[in-house]
Ligand binder design. Structure first.
Ligand SMILES: [Zn+2]
Ligand SMILES: [Zn+2]
Length: 261
């Protein structure tokens, strides 16, 4: 039945219904909120690529080498790891740029779009050695970003999923969007931009749920106060309520179960 179809992002759907336990109902492969998130993440790959290139150059510099003297082997691994991620970004982006060009009947000779703010900061010049691949990333992102909806509807295509040496697999357009988003997440992790999720002691503030599965996102900046949530029933409370719980072993405004009638 068509009306029971839901967004293919499933549990990671931006509009996942926690009460009913399903992703957003839609007859499209991905819901609008997931498409918007996909577009933002793919757009960010241009900057991820440049930042990774700078990370790569920093790890080769004198200052860092002094700090990590005696661990040259490990450093090589980091560089190889970052280079592999960059290569995968170029491969996946150009693969789907090509598929979209075919689907949208775009000319292969179309001049690459030039994004003026190529420099991430004024003091950091663009990395010279990576410009060719960086241009390919920019061009591919320029083709894909305005066409994420079209990409999400592309049928399964046989591609080398992660690189030219990879086996041929069938990948649909919406899976490609997820793959590109995963690359953005991996780039963020390599650049140290992800936040840890802290596991906290205590029981869920929801009386109907007795789970001891409380979590909190590590504060990202000074003054930020992320809430505490229960991973079982998804109930969430302010951190100040959790501090109250830690002192009194009771959540504020917690409805106590009736002792007797
Ligand atoms: Zn969705
Ligand atoms: Zn709970």
């Amino acid at each position: 039945m068509n009306d029971t179809r839901t967004c293919n992002s499933d549990i990671t759907c931006k509009q996942y219904d926690r009460t009913a336990g399903h992703a957003w109902p839609t007859d499209q492969p991905l819901c609008d909120a997931c498409l918007d998130a996909g577009q933002r993440d793919i757009q960010a790959l241009v900057y991820d690529y440049l930042d990774l290139a700078q990370l790569h150059e920093a790890s080769m510099s004198q200052a860092i080498t002094e700090k990590t003297a005696g661990s040259k082997e490990k450093q090589m691994l980091i560089v190889a790891h970052v280079e592999a991620l960059q290569a995968e970004m170029v491969h996946v982006l150009t693969t789907w740029e090509y598929e979209l060009r075919v689907a949208a009947r775009l000319s292969d000779l179309e001049a690459p779009a030039v994004i003026p703010d190529w420099h991430t900061t004024i003091s950091n010049p663009p990395p010279k050695l990576k410009v060719r691949a960086g241009t390919a990333v920019q061009r591919a992102v320029g083709i894909i970003t305005p066409r994420v909806r079209m990409l999400s509807r592309l049928p399964a295509t046989t591609v080398c999923a992660t690189g030219v040496e990879d086996e041929h697999t069938e990948v649909t357009g919406w899976q490609a969007i997820h793959q590109l988003q995963a690359l953005h997440q991996r780039a963020r992790a390599n650049l140290g931009r992800t936040r840890r999720i802290l596991s906290l002691h205590g029981t869920c503030p929801n009386d109907a749920c007795t789970a001891q599965a409380l979590y909190r996102l590590e504060p990202g900046s000074f003054g930020e106060d992320p809430p505490v949530w229960c991973d079982t029933c998804k109930a969430s409370r302010a951190y100040s309520d959790y501090e109250h719980f830690m002192v009194h072993l009771e959540w504020p405004e917690q409805v106590q179960p009736a002792v007797a009638a």
